[in-house]
Design a protein around this ligand. Structure first.
Ligand SMILES: [Fe+2]
Length: 361
């Protein structure tokens, strides 16, 4: 049976076959399921700024070889992804616990882990969705480090960083909170609000992490600066130094976005996780003040691909499928409801998306 893949419009090639209808914002069929894409079709899709299409995976077309060569994406089942992910959590847990005890960073383990585990995880189709839905509520610190590494890598790929740059970026993501190693577990895992004093202590972690990594000359300076800058913000509102725009390193800006996205889409003791739709709104709000707008736009397109064709529950009690995404920075979809009618959330702003329920129906 043919498999279906969601492909970004910039990656679409002639010869690919549509697995689902492509709709216009009025719900009209622009291109039908089964159509073999020509240059004209692709040009029409690009003109309408469709962020993605669903295509049939078919080896006879021979597109996948080129596609994999360029993007190195792999289809993995959710179960296989989760197994690999849990193995990664175990390895990083042991590595971080050994750092806590010995104050020594096992760089060889980190490099091997990035190569053997983090790379394949971030190269998996649907990785962004998979990591949000792994139902484990313990080991937050380790999972957050892994997720920020994966999300940073996904964003790094979206902006077409070179392989060596990607590896450094992923290591910066993995080690971004390494400075928290020196903070006691009762403060780190405190379920309630931190006191002012505890908050000030927490804010030392980027500088602590940077100082800790300085002793490792094998690590690129860009990795260390990525760790140092992941809480800095373009408008100077961040910490530890209150740097602005060009003073903040590129990896620091990427890891910031990955850090925000993962923190907001993960369940915590004190609040429920938000949907990618809500987080996208926050990113749009912050992109012209605190974050890098170009990086945010690239990441918003990645989020759009990940929510394409999701089944969602709505605040009005209805459920439906995301069949179209308006070409705006915010993620504003048209939903095909269970009764076959269409609901444009851009025109019905009072209705919100409560949850993605792909796994719950
Ligand atoms: Fe942090």
């Amino acid at each position: 049976m043919a498999r279906v893949q969601s492909v970004r419009i910039c990656d679409v090639q002639t010869g690919m076959i549509l697995a689902k209808d492509v709709l216009t914002e009025n719900g009209r069929v622009l291109l039908s399921q089964g159509v073999r894409l020509t240059d004209q079709c692709i040009s029409a899709l690009r003109k309408r700024e469709c962020p993605f299409v669903e295509v049939v995976y078919n080896e006879r077309i021979d597109f996948h070889t080129k596609f994999r060569y360029k993007h190195n994406k792999v289809v993995r089942s959710k179960t296989a992804f989760e197994g690999f992910y849990q193995e990664t959590v175990q390895i990083i847990k042991e590595a971080f616990e050994s750092i806590r005890l010995s104050n020594h960073l096992p760089l060889d383990v980190i490099h091997r882990l990035v190569d053997s585990h983090i790379g394949p995880l971030m190269d998996t189709y649907g990785a962004l969705e998979y990591i949000q839905n792994i139902r484990v509520h313990c080991d937050y610190t380790y999972r957050h480090s892994i997720n920020v590494a994966i999300i940073s890598g996904i964003l790094g790929k979206a902006i077409e960083l070179k392989k060596s740059q990607l590896e450094d970026l992923v290591i910066a993501g993995l080690l971004h909170d390494i400075g928290k190693i020196s903070i006691t577990l009762d403060i780190l895992n405190k379920p309630g609000k931190l006191t002012q004093e505890e908050m000030e202590l927490m804010k030392t972690h980027p500088e602590n992490g940077y100082q800790f990594l300085l002793q490792y000359s094998q690590l690129a300076e860009s990795v260390k600066r990525g760790v140092l800058h992941h809480h800095e913000r373009n408008d100077g509102s961040g910490y530890p130094k209150g740097l602005t725009k060009n003073q903040i390193s590129y990896y620091g800006k990427i890891v910031s976005i990955a850090d925000i996205y993962d923190a907001m889409t993960t369940d915590r003791v004190y609040r429920k996780k938000l949907t990618p739709f809500s987080v996208a709104e926050t990113l749009v709000e912050q992109m012209y003040h605190q974050l890098d707008p170009n990086l945010c736009l690239a990441f918003l397109n990645t989020i759009k691909s990940s929510v394409a064709n999701s089944i969602v529950s709505l605040s009005n009690g209805q459920q439906g499928e995301v069949v179209y995404l308006h070409p705006t920075p915010t993620i504003s979809p048209i939903i095909k409801l269970m009764d076959g009618t269409f609901l444009d959330l851009a025109k019905n702003k009072e209705i919100g998306i409560l949850d993605i329920i792909n796994d719950k129906i």
